[in-house]
Design a protein around this ligand. Structure first.
Ligand SMILES: Nc1ncnc2c1ncn2[C@@H]1O[C@H](COP(=O)(O)OP(=O)(O)OP(=O)(O)O)[C@@H](O)[C@H]1O
Length: 306
């Protein structure tokens, strides 16, 4: 059964068509990245999938339910996080919000306590679970939002820009947690994001929406093959080295500081960072490395142009 099923979905705001004849299915258990440029229609789609907005025409079924008419039943089966909008009670500590949400979802107090304990532990909420939400940092609040969305053990987690504004460490922590959750509970995931790192780490299929229409449906490797969405590995060497040309599957795209820093571009699917490093190791000593992800806006532009 499909956890999401969208058929000829359309939503207009006056003369502006935000979502236009959109059709796609997400099978139960899948993790799908939903990407597109600013204003492409991602949030509008999510609002229709969660019963916040009424479609102008077409249908959306989430967990087999009609989101607007069966909003209550749906709320028990999905968890939603909007990175830029809080669903927590601003003046309450997280722990009290979890209690309140548990009551709303009609969970037994013991079950809420057990689940809260697990989420506090897994998301490292210990230091601030008793602090009012308004005093939390962005990273702390987002972890709280994700815990709140998962409290009732939903079948489907919908995340809209969950890592926006987070520092590298907070992003990483959240990605690790979400990966574990999926592995443990088989939670389906729909992730709208501008972050290619999120897409790579958390999803196995990508939907690209452009001007409200589906522009691509496939894997990241297929997307890279179609538009050349290459990653760049930036190598900082302990000593200047001759240009790292001829490393299989890569292209040297930059040499800085007389050879101390070299940038190799590669297509995911053709090689891996580990394979690149093993070849480079025989020619230079690597002190540090960073990976630059392709910019989603650029990927979408190229997709549109191809
Ligand atoms: N309530 C509204 N009234 C009028 N226009 C709207 C409304 N909501 C969205 N739009 C328009 O619909 C289009 C799609 O917006 P949407 O928020 O779905 O895009 P998005 O892909 O989520 O963008 P972003 O990445 O910037 O969040 C945009 O042109 C936006 O201006």
């Amino acid at each position: 059964m499909n956890i999401i099923s969208v058929s000829n979905l359309r939503r207009a705001f006056g003369a502006k068509t935000a979502v236009d004849d959109l059709s796609f299915d997400v099978p139960r258990g899948a993790a799908v990245g939903y990407i597109g440029a600013n204003g492409a229609g991602k949030s509008t789609t999510i609002k229709m999938l969660t019963g916040i907005l009424k479609p102008t025409s077409g249908t959306a079924l989430t967990c087999g339910l009609e989101p607007l008419q069966q909003r209550r039943q749906l709320a028990r089966r999905i968890g939603v996080v909007f990175g830029q909008r809080s669903q927590l009670w601003w003046d309450l500590p997280l722990r009290d919000s979890f209690r309140a949400l548990g009551a709303i979802h009609r969970l037994a107090p013991d079950a809420v306590r057990a689940r809260t304990g697990e989420l506090v532990d897994r998301l490292d909420l210990d230091d601030f679970v008793d602090t009012p939400v308004r005093q939390l940092s962005l990273g702390q609040r987002i972890r709280g939002e994700v815990a709140a969305a998962l409290l009732h053990g939903p079948e489907l987690l919908i995340l809209d820009e969950p890592t926006i504004g987070l520092d590298v460490l907070s992003k990483e922590r959240l990605r690790v947690f979400l990966t574990e959750q999926r592995a443990q509970h088989g939670t389906s995931l729909l992730l709208a994001t501008h972050d290619m790192g999120d897409v790579r780490r958390l999803t196995e299929r990508i939907l690209v929406v452009d001007h409200g229409r589906l522009a691509f449906d496939g894997t990241l490797t297929e997307l890279a093959g179609q538009v050349g969405a290459e990653r760049i590995v930036v190598l900082d060497l302990t000593e200047p080295a001759p240009d790292l040309v001829g490393v299989p599957g890569t292209r040297l795209v930059g040499v800085e500081a007389g050879g101390l820093r070299q940038r190799l571009s590669f297509a995911p699917g053709e090689t891996t960072v580990a394979a690149i490093l093993s070849v480079v190791a025989s020619r230079a000593q690597v002190h540090d490395l960073t990976i630059e992800e392709p910019d989603i806006e650029a990927v979408v532009r190229r997709l549109y142009a191809s």
